[in-house]
Design a protein around this ligand. Sequence first.
Ligand code: CTP
Ligand code: ZN
Length: 156
Amino acid sequence: MKNIPRKELKVSAIENGTVIDHIPSENVFQVVKMLNLKNIGSQITVGINLESKKFGKKGILKVSDIYFEIEEINKIALVAPSATLIEIKDYEVISKKNISIPNEIMKFVKCFNPNCITNHENITTKFNVIKEEGEEVKLHCTYCDKITKKENITFI
Ligand code: CTP
Ligand code: ZN
């Protein structure tokens, strides 16, 4: 049998816009949701299970012609703490930033307390993020004061 060379598929370079690199593959669609990319008219390319030296397998999102504020991107830190925000102009990388967990999380996360008003009425959840040295982040609900631990976080 002939050994047919396999073509490697890569997500092509973009001319202008934003690359969000090193997203855990399983969380790419959550990131799409968090950044509301569904409603962006510009060209978006998605890569999932791409080979990465650092992460084994990674996901990547490329959004042409759009630049985000780092604060806007930081909200994905709960699902993609390893992500990098890269800005491209004229095909060149002009900046690379690591994301960090914001002090406040709105929407997307459900309060762990079944009695919390946000689980019974149509209210947007809001949490203060508690970061303590050497500990996993915890979310303090501003409505019921209860704490949701990292391992109990579920996304809306
Ligand atoms: N990229 C892109 N379009 C360009 C230039 C870069 O989509 N015109 C993407 C690359 O595909 C890569 C990311 O932006 O995913 C960062 O580019 P670069 O710094 O050149 O890649 P690496 O050196 O591989 O970065 P790292 O080691 O941080 O993964
Ligand atoms: Zn609550």
